[in-house]
Design a protein around this ligand. Structure first.
Ligand code: ADP
Length: 190
């Protein structure tokens, strides 16, 4: 199995690159952000709880996202592999994911980190907010909070994979196609 963690700050291009990766490598895309937004759209209790935190730019509890990922892994038993997008976002989530995959006789193949500076991220997210309809993209204060959450809780997840020799850094600034070429290069070298 090819299990890829696509890592990077909000706005770093994970969603854009995921779309291209799914096509090229036939992997199942698991985005916790998308899964949460789908719960919100369906008006579930989980969605209602998550929305409060998401609209403030805060992370939702580890147990919630771990549970969603566990369900999706069970629902896709014959998959060739997965792209994890926006997950894991805390070290506790990374540990839970390792355990989940281990229990299925699998593991993470590689984490690819898209590096983009905060100034560019803020610019991209405000631009996206103009037509994405996402309340968390519309407000600069909420974006700042999300970037703060990323730097304080999520960025260290990179070290978790670095310690396992699984972290690859690529430049997330520039042409979408150039970023995709770099990303594909990492996958093809596995
Ligand atoms: P982005 O990476 O562009 O900020 P996402 O769509 O990945 O957006 O996530 C949107 C929001 O959903 C996050 O700000 C957070 O509140 C919540 N969220 C998504 N994934 C996780 C996760 N793995 N752990 C905790 N909260 C999450």
């Amino acid at each position: 199995m090819l299990n890829l963690v696509l890592f990077g700050a909000p706005g770093s291009g994970k969603g854009t690159q995921s779309k291209k990766l799914i096509e090229k490598y036939q992997l199942i895309h698991l985005s916790t952000g998308d899964l949460l937004r789908s719960e919100i759209a369906q008006g579930t209790e989980l969605g209602l709880e998550a929305k409060k935190l998401m609209d403030m730019g805060q992370l939702v509890p580890d147990a919630v996202v771990n549970g969603m990922i566990s369900n999706k892994l069970d629902a896709n038993k014959s998959a060739k592999g997965f792209i994890f997008d926006g997950f894991p976002r805390t070290v506790a989530q990374a540990e839970a994911l390792d355990q989940l995959l281990k229990s299925k006789g699998s593991s993470i193949s590689v984490m690819v980190k898209l590096n983009v500076d905060d100034e560019e991220l803020m610019h991209r997210l405000l631009l996206r907010g103009k037509d994405s309809g996402r309340p968390d993209d519309a407000n600069p204060e909420v974006i700042k909070k999300r970037l703060h959450e990323y730097h304080s809780k999520t960025e260290i997840v990179g070290d978790f994979y670095k310690d396992q020799n699984k972290l690859k850094n690529i430049n997330g600034i520039g042409d979408v196609e150039d970023v995709f070429a770099a990303l594909s290069g990492v996958i093809d070298s596995l």
